[in-house]
Write a protein that binds this ligand. Sequence first.
Ligand code: NAD
Length: 480
Amino acid sequence: MIHIQNYINGQLTSPNSQKYLDNIDPSIGKVYSFIPDSDNTDVELAYSAAKAAFKEWSILPKEKRSQYLLKIAALIEQNIDKLAWAESIDNGKPLKLARTVDIPRAAANFHFYGTGILHYASHAHSMEETAINYTLRQPMGVAGCISPWNLPLYLFSWKIAPALAAGCTVVAKPSEVTPMTAYLLSEICMEAKLPAGVLNIVHGLGAKVGNAIVSHKDIPLISFTGGTTTGKQIASIAAPMFKKLSLELGGKNPNIIFADCDYEKMLSTTLHSSFANQGQICLCGSRIFIERKIYEKFKSDFVAGTKELVVGDPRHEKTKIGAIVSQPHFEKILSYIELAGKENGKILCGGKAVKLSGELSQGYYIQPTVIEGLPFDCRTNQEEIFGPVVTLTPFDTEEEVLMMANSTVYGLASMLWTQDLTRAHRIANNIHAGIVWINCWLLRDLRTPFGGVKASGVGREGGFEALDFFTEPKNVCIKL
Ligand code: NAD
């Protein structure tokens, strides 16, 4: 079985502790490789390498940095089958999804920032004949990048690519639940001849490796994607150290459906936005609000569509719902379904674990689940479940649905289905969310600001916002 290695100073290395953690294939519930159980000493080595590399990387002409990123993007594309296969085994997601979404997007992230940096410019502010100010945007130094398990390479590269493009060097930690494609990325970086120390990948637990990165006194900025509770912990350590923080956290996204929508388009997209990646995308719509006039029709069509989604081997072409990422997460989702029952929710379909046959019998599978009859303010409707579970709630007025949609502590994404343009603008303006999709879902232009409000996060990724994050503005004023 493979022993994954850290990538420090351009080399694949074992952890100082020489200890490894189990890496489980969730589709069969068995260990299939081992992850370095690294600690603060490994982070220190990675930091030293990144600090040394910063001297040259930060002043390398952006055209040269661009070439490295474009080479990495090309190598990801060349290795798409291998990477998609690895992502599917590590995460439990359908291979088809990894092949068509996760891995192409990881390549796109490197490509986007490899070219984006060439167009990144700073401002000048003229004071007529008195003076001129110009702004330098200087790379901040060694950046700490920490990512979650749901879209492993996709989100890991979404941080690393802008950091490297901006001229920072990086100490990065992928999720210990899904480390494999980050490991394969190390090999790709070696093949691309990325200078040693520019990117360092340290594997291991959040409490050890993540914490060592966050509390490192010489790492001035942290880009984190993960749960809100972890984000809070990170902020409590980083804020008194005056670190720059980008936090992309949890969500409980509303999907608001008006009777005048394009019904067929809405129905097929809503099935996708509810259950893609087993509902484990931070942008999935977990609370579906339906205008009462079409509630019964929607309910019956949506439940029928949900029952058709095939739960099965992630490697099969027909599988729509693969395995849940880990046993603890599987148990958490089932506990929320139980909670919904206690809160008097009616389970319209699903609600149970699925026992597949053969070697998949120990895998973590859950039926896509639809629940109705819950008040908008109960725990099931307020807390993030992050699984294939959605609730249906009818509404009568725009005011009522906005109140319910905005009632959670979260504010990441939202979806709105209507043909009434004025209403669409009005709701988009008033909804508490960083992203509003009108008559679509997950339609992404990488130039747009990406992030959430309230407990869904601080700061924005995407486009030039990410390059702003990884650089420090310095104003230079010249008296004329
Ligand atoms: P998590 O917070 O448990 O872990 C995320 C990462 O943080 C992992 O690499 C983990 O090892 C590390 N970590 C854990 N404790 C740490 C600590 N004390 N210090 C530093 N690092 C630590 O999240 P998860 O379970 O991996 O991911 C699921 C969560 O991520 C969900 O809440 C989901 O909504 C959220 N998410 C948000 C976005 C977004 O863009 N807003 C995208 C994807 C996922």
